[in-house]
Design a protein around this ligand. Structure first.
Ligand code: NAD
Length: 439
């Protein structure tokens, strides 16, 4: 445990992915943490050390801090915030149908906090919000409000909280930003202090740039497909340039999940409102929207039609190491398969149930999903999929088609087992050494 300043009382409002990483992360730093969520059932689970989702390391650390009374959860907001020095707001900001951010949870949280906060308490907004939101909210608050965006990745949320590339703090006063930064001084990471509005845009455009890299990689892959080149070798060669970097330069089914798409749509909406250019943001979203359909087109082509076909699907979560299926492109692909007349049986190591409305059986194992299937379609990059024997895959499949939407399988081994292989920008003759270097 690293404590660099006098421990503070930090109250977390909203105990989802970001809220729980913050709660456990601040407790790891030696601060006293309380937590509140509007969903009482979630709070009762957390009081017993049970998180409602899978996130590496969080549950173990949570139980450790519960035992030593470093973290407490309350179903009553007043009890949670009583005496708090900082109140961290980490509630959801999903997209409205027109792409604008739905800020109702943030606004409700701030409204209910108003009469409960001690005079010295600082509100720390961590939810992702459009430019200008923090200033508007701060104007209506008696307490100081700062904006400290979160950059964590699901699956490594706690590691990312305690090891951020930078800590961004937007505030009206440098002193308030520095005091908040001091809470995290034990992490020894660079502190970027700026205005509220700049901090909002650092978060929004960081996500936009990462999403742009993914769409760029997908465009490279689709290009490589038609000219007969290996996209992974090409992207690896590009990414070795330190001015470009290899992270997120990887083709697949596109970006899904609860952040990138809605954050880009929110940026797009704000740009539209202000009448400013949004060419790259729109293009990033367009490329991404087309990619899942492209994967199903490849499968349809390989099978010679999807009507009446049975597809074994590996992966439902929007990325590996999480059970989060919010805005997962795998689910959009399931709908497309169904619309084109195919049936699907799916396996995901972490996902135990699908949201209502999806016509898809769930199998208890990877090979179980391939029973009576005509083809295998990989939609999440779980490393364990690459460990399944290609011979076992071949023994299960009725036909010989493997479409690897995440490039996690070894093309040569798949072909050696008598199967046909299609990846994204990658063919069966792809140089596997180059592929390994790129991943
Ligand atoms: P989440 O849906 O997992 O959690 C939000 C929690 O807030 C839920 O438990 C919900 O019950 C609770 N809540 C809603 N209204 C409330 C209220 N009025 N009072 C108390 N609790 C309330 O969301 P998340 O994925 O943790 O994301 C939170 C924010 O952080 C979003 O703005 C998101 O864009 C941003 N963000 C998310 C990630 C990520 O990877 N999930 C990464 C960085 C930033």
């Amino acid at each position: 445990m690293i404590v660099s300043i006098r421990p503070k009382h930090i109250c977390i409002v909203g105990t989802g992915y970001v809220g729980m990483a913050s709660a456990v992360g601040f407790a790891e730093l030696g601060h006293r943490v309380t937590g509140y969520d509007i969903v009482a059932e979630r709070v009762r689970g957390l009081q017993r050390g049970i998180t409602p989702y899978r996130e590496t390391g969080i549950e173990d650390a949570l139980r450790r801090h519960l035992v030593r009374d470093g973290i407490r959860f309350h179903v009553d907001l007043e009890a949670a915030v009583r005496g708090a020095d900082y109140v961290v707001i980490a509630v959801g900001t999903p997209a409205h149908a027109d792409g604008s951010a739905d800020l109702s949870a943030v606004e409700d949280a701030i409204a209910s906090l108003g009469p409960l906060l001690a005079e010295h308490a600082v509100i720390v907004l961590r939810s992702t919000v459009p430019a200008g939101t923090s200033e508007r909210l701060a104007a209506g608050c008696r307490n100081e409000l700062i904006y400290a965006p979160e950059f964590l990745r699901e699956g490594s949320a706690l590691v990312d909280f305690v090891n951020p590339d930078r800590i961004v703090v937007g505030a009206a006063s440098t002193a308030a930003a520095e005091e908040y930064g001091a809470l995290l001084a034990g992490l020894g990471r660079p502190l970027v202090i700026t205005t509220l509005r700049n901090a909002e845009l650092i978060k929004a455009f960081s996500n936009a740039f990462l999403a742009l890299k993914i769409s760029f990689a997908n465009e490279v892959a689709n290009f490589c497909d038609v000219v007969g080149a290996d996209a992974l070798a090409v992207l690896s060669g590009i990414g070795h340039d330190s001015r470009i970097g290899r992270a997120f330069l990887y083709p697949g089914i596109g970006f899904g999940g609860p952040c990138f798409e809605k954050d880009l749509k929110s940026l797009d909406h704000v740009a539209q409102q202000h009448g400013t250019s949004r060419e790259l943001i729109s293009a990033t979203l367009r490329v991404n929207a087309a990619q899942p359909k492209r994967i199903v087109d490849i499968l349809e082509h390989e099978l010679g039609g999807l009507a009446g076909a049975h597809v074994g699907v590996w992966g439902l979560a929007f990325k590996a190491a999480t059970d989060d299926v919010r805005d997962s492109l795998a689910l959009r692909i399931l709908n497309d398969l169904c619309a084109r007349g195919a049936a699907a049986t799916a396996y995901d190591p972490a996902v135990r149930a699908l949201p209502p409305g999806y016509r898809c059986e769930l199998a208890p194992s990877a090979l179980g999903a391939l029973e009576n299937a005509d083809a295998l379609l990989v939609l999440t990059e779980w490393p364990e999929f690459g460990l399944v024997s290609p011979w076992a895959i071949a023994a299960q499949l009725r036909r010989d088609v493997v479409v690897d939407g995440r490039n996690v399988l070894d093309p040569r081994a798949i072909v050696a087992a008598g199967l046909r292989y299609r990846g994204v920008g990658r063919t069966a003759s792809s140089d596997h050494t180059a592929v390994a270097a790129a991943s």
